[in-house]
Design a protein around this ligand. Structure first.
Ligand code: CA
Length: 230
């Protein structure tokens, strides 16, 4: 289901948009302030944004600019003034569409559907998609740096993630602790030694293994190092 974020300070309008979009099967979140809306837009996973132009604290121009710097998801800008729409269109703000208030909710729904379909088509045509490794219930999204075991998300530290991903990207290859330490810690190793590899492997196992005494993923090769089993 596609998730949509509406940033709109006029609550009646926001609720109307939300109702119509939900009736069309979308999951919809509303924020009434620019600053809170921007925070959620940047940190949560939405498929499309609907932005009002005039908003408290942070306006739609700034929100549009900041979202566009980080995400390529469709953005529809809404304004009560036709002149403003012409102005932002001229500025090339990076929004995908502009609608002048008042508009019919069904028109908004039609535009949302068109932009989501267009985005899916572009992704299908080779826009970058996430690089994912999936092995026996373990899923690592290398692009988003997220890990799941049997669909349950696990939180790994940066080094735990790097170490797990390196091993899983080179399955059936035995690496010594020295090799792993050099590969993952490299130049930042001041004050650390290869024992940190053992500590990190233990922590990763606690997070991803069903039974840490019988690891299914990272196998210990005694006297040598570790291997990711496939
Ligand atoms: Ca407004």
């Amino acid at each position: 289901m596609s998730r949509i974020l509406i940033i709109e300070d006029e609550e009646v309008i926001a609720e109307l948009e939300k109702d119509y979009l939900e009736l069309s099967g979308f999951e919809v979140e509303v924020e009434n302030r620019g600053d809170t809306g921007l925070t959620r837009a940047l940190h949560e996973d939405f498929d499309l944004f609907i932005l009002d132009l005039m908003l408290p604290v942070v306006d739609g121009f700034e929100i549009c600019r900041q979202i566009r710097a980080e995400k390529n998801k469709p953005m529809i800008m809404v304004s009560a003034k036709k002149d403003d729409i012409d102005k932002i269109r001229g500025l090339g703000m990076g929004a995908d569409d502009y609608i002048t208030k008042p508009f019919s909710p069904s028109e908004l729904v039609a535009r949302v559907k068109a932009h989501l379909a267009r985005y899916d088509r572009l992704v299908g045509e080779g826009l970058p998609v996430n690089d994912v490794i999936e092995i026996r219930g373990l899923k690592i999204d290398k692009t988003a740096r997220r890990v799941w075991v049997n669909d349950e998300e696990k939180t790994l530290t940066t080094k735990e993630f790097d170490l797990l991903t390196f091993l899983a990207s080179n399955p059936n290859h035995v690496f010594s602790k020295d090799e792993l330490f050099q590969k993952i810690w490299d130049m930042e190793s001041v004050g650390q030694d290869i024992a940190t590899v053992t500590v990190h492997i233990k922590k990763i196992r606690e997070k991803i293994e069903y039974d840490t005494s019988k690891p299914q993923y990272i196998e210990t090769i005694w006297g040598v190092g570790y291997r990711f089993k496939i």
